[in-house]
Ligand binder design. Structure first.
Ligand code: FMN
Length: 207
């Protein structure tokens, strides 16, 4: 079965892409708006793409009324933002923070989350998050009126106590329990982890 994307309406392309490219990591972005209201929302067209320089990407479409998402507006205005990483303990708040609310209301207040000061950017991080990446915009690429890609340089990583060993920088598999996005309202945990033996015979073998 083949699907030539140029022949499909955007909604069907969206369904195929978000249904097949799973699970996706979730960048839970926190910002202040220009009236000092703390905003946060999840974005799963998100990933880390480089360590030197340290970069991550986020891709935004429009709100249901066609307006720019509040997060993107705040990023455009300040050139900075915080990407928080959601885990099992914060999954519900992360999901609820995706609901469209007016700019005058805060998703922090709605979900009981706490804004904590970041160190290198002016926006808040989410105190309850497993980890937070303080970012400044490296560049923004527009793909038509509906899509903008924000490439951010990660300046500082804050991790909740117990997530990272400060000496080895190893992340604790026991304590870090991220969730991934599937599609619609569906998510997955990362509970079933497994090893693959090195040097498998066959086409995927490594030297
Ligand atoms: C798990 C999840 C992932 C999402 N990923 C994206 C995304 O990658 N890009 C996007 O534009 N919207 C995405 N959304 C929708 C936004 O979270 C939603 O539009 C939110 O209301 C934006 O808030 P804001 O206007 O305060 O920025 C996602 C929603 C959920 C629940």
């Amino acid at each position: 079965m083949d699907f030539e994307l140029a022949r499909l309406p955007a909604l069907e392309r969206y369904k195929l892409i978000i249904g097949l490219v799973i699970p996706r990591p979730i960048g839970w972005v926190s910002t202040w708006n220009d009236n000092g209201v703390a905003n946060c929302a999840p974005f799963s067209f998100f990933n880390a793409i480089s360590e030197d320089p340290p970069l991550c990407i986020l891709s935004f479409n429009r709100r249901s009324d066609g307006a720019m998402k509040h997060t993107l507006k705040n990023i455009h205005r300040t050139g900075e933002y915080v990407v928080n990483l959601a885990d099992e303990s914060t999954a519900n708040a992360m999901h609820v923070s995706s609901f469209e609310i007016p700019e005058t209301e805060s998703e922090f207040a709605k979900t009981g989350l706490t804004p904590a000061p970041a160190k290198m950017v002016k926006h808040p991080r989410i105190a309850e998050a497993a980890a937070s990446l303080e970012c400044k915009v490296e560049r923004i690429i527009e793909f038509g009126p509906e899509r903008e890609l924000v490439i951010g340089e990660i300046l500082l990583i804050h991790a909740r106590e117990g997530i990272v060993d400060p000496e080895t920088k190893r992340v604790s598999e026991e304590n870090y329990r991220p969730v991934g996005r599937l599609f619609a309202n569906r998510y997955c945990t990362t509970r079933q982890r497994f090893d693959l033996p090195g040097a498998l015979p066959g086409p995927c073998a490594t030297e």
